[in-house]
Structures are given as C-alpha cells and as structure tokens.
Design a protein around this ligand. Structure first.
Ligand code: MLT
Length: 287
C-alpha cells in the first residue's frame, strides 16, 4: 500500500480504532482507507523470504522471538544451559572462519544439509560440532565461546539484530520465554520462524503459535495480524499432539531419515526442560 496521505483517526469518520493510524490510499477505484494499528502489533513471519524485509525494518520498538526448533535455537539454548559462555551466530562459513580468527579459543559449530561442516566445505578447517543439541554437553561446552552457522536459524537471528530485544526460543525454554514476554509486555512483537530451506517450517510455526496464544490477551483484535492468527490456530489444532503432528514436517522427516540425527527430533520437542531466557544482544552474541 502506498499511502498518499496519512491521517490520524480523529480526521476519519470517527470509526473506533485503538490508537492507530488510518491510511488514505489513492487507487484506481478512488480512496481506500485501511485501519492499521501501527503502534501495537502481534505478527509472525514464516519463511527466509521475510528475513530481508525484517532486516530493513525499523525494529527499534519491537521485540523479536526467533525459532528454529529443528535445530538451531534448540541447540543454542541447550549449549547455554550446559555452560557455554556465549554464542556468535553467523550467516556463512566464511564469517564463521573470520570469527574463529578473532576468537581462536572458540568452538566452530554448525551444519550444512543437517551435517557437521567439514574441512572440505570450510577451506581445510573441520568444524568442532554439528548442530545436534545432544552434542552440546557440559563436558564439551562449559566456559566456551561458540561460533555457529546453520542453514536458516542463524540467518533469522542476524535479520532480527536491530530489534529492541531479540529472544532465542525453543520448546525447551518456551515457558521461560512466555513468562518474560508477559512481564515485559512488548507493544510490538514479531515471532520469527527460521523455516526449512526457503519454505515455512511446521515446527517453527507451531512454536510461534504457542507464544502467540500465551500472550494473546495482551493485544487487541486490530493489532493482531492474520499471520499471528494462522500460527495460533495451528498451535490450538496440534499443540496437544506435538510428537505425532511433527512427524509430517519436512525438517523432522529429514532428520528421522538419518540414524545418527533421528533422536534430535524428540529431544527438540521436549517441553520446558530449560528455565533460561536466551537473548541475542546488540553486539551479536547469544547468551
Ligand atoms: C537450520 O538452521 O536451518 C536448521 O537448524 C538446520 C539443522 O539443524 O539441520
């Protein structure tokens, strides 16, 4: 919509709208007026196609919650719960290698096509860990700095970096995330799904819907986008049978087909085994 004039609601015909702006939009069929509540908003983004728009949006008054259930955010939350000091999510293997040069003691982590990144993919450097949360044991990660790059999850985090607050969420720390959001009560909340390759991910949308449902009463109808309605409806329909419904998800089917990765699916679907709120800070560190 290209508004030719932005008017505030008192200039309109007095239709009720909660605190937002009404946009007069000149079009072929004449004036159209839409009421959007630009101050308060609950929204979900579903695919990596949304990352670019997110990165170009003024998020300074927005809280983003990022999900990559299978498996990036589940692995990050697990690593921190097991004692990792901090995690640097980066979008590419080259960025990971550059970060390693800056932090030589850091562990190189991450995946391509679900498997640990090998020397062949990383200019002769074998990564230390893949992206299975089960690898991030206390014995290996306690006190460590981690550098990680994954197919979607780290990209979603980088796209959210300009937000007032960026939370890293999973089913493992879902309730801790919800408790924090209800206390913080952000006016603008974007639930960012990492997706699978370039598509929407069933499991990320489910988790976004769980959060949407848990904060629903904090938002008024005209501030809730359809994208949040969709995610919440999916959660209400399938949230009670998570393990059963997730078997149809592309990412789950991909992991279940690899014997050494199959157990990651059930691991990542555990509810609230971690009571930590995990954030991405403005300097790009997850802790
Ligand atoms: C992603 O970031 O796309 C996923 O975490 C990939 C994976 O863990 O296999």
């Amino acid at each position: 919509m290209h508004p030719s004039t932005t008017i505030n609601r008192k200039d309109y015909n007095g239709e009720p709208s909660s605190g937002g702006f009404l946009i007069k939009n000149r079009s072929r069929s004449g004036w159209q007026v839409a009421c959007i509540n630009s101050f308060v908003r609950l929204q979900t983004t579903f695919t990596p196609a949304d990352f670019e728009a997110l990165a170009q949006t003024d998020l300074s008054e927005t809280t983003c919650v990022v999900f990559d259930i299978l498996r990036a955010t589940s692995s990050m939350v697990t690593a921190l719960a097991n004692g990792a000091e901090r995690i640097r999510p980066v979008a590419t293997i080259d960025e990971a290698l550059a970060a390693k040069a800056e932090y030589p003691e850091a562990l190189l982590c991450g995946e391509r096509h679900g498997q640990r990144i090998t020397a062949e993919q990383a200019k002769g450097t074998d990564f230390d860990l893949g992206n299975s949360p089960r690898e991030y044991t206390a014995e290996i990660v306690t006190g460590k700095t981690l550098i990680t790059t994954t197919t979607n999850g780290t990209r979603a985090l980088r796209a959210s970096l300009g937000a007032r607050e960026v939370l890293v969420s999973s089913f493992l720390n879902l309730q801790a995330t919800i408790d924090h959001l209800r206390e913080a009560s952000p006016k603008r909340l974007v639930l960012v799904c990492g997706g699978t390759f370039e598509e929407a991910a069933f499991e990320d949308t489910l988790a976004a819907g769980a959060i949407a449902d848990a904060v629903w009463d904090l938002f008024t109808d005209d501030s809730i986008e359809d994208s949040a309605q969709i995610a919440r409806a999916l959660w209400l329909a399938h949230g009670a049978s998570l393990n059963a419904s997730i078997q149809h998800a592309l990412n789950a089917r991909r992991l279940l087909a690899v014997p050494e990765l199959a157990a990651d699916v059930d691991f990542c679907l555990q509810r609230d085994t971690i009571g930590q709120v995990v954030r991405l800070d403005p300097q790009g560190w997850v802790a």
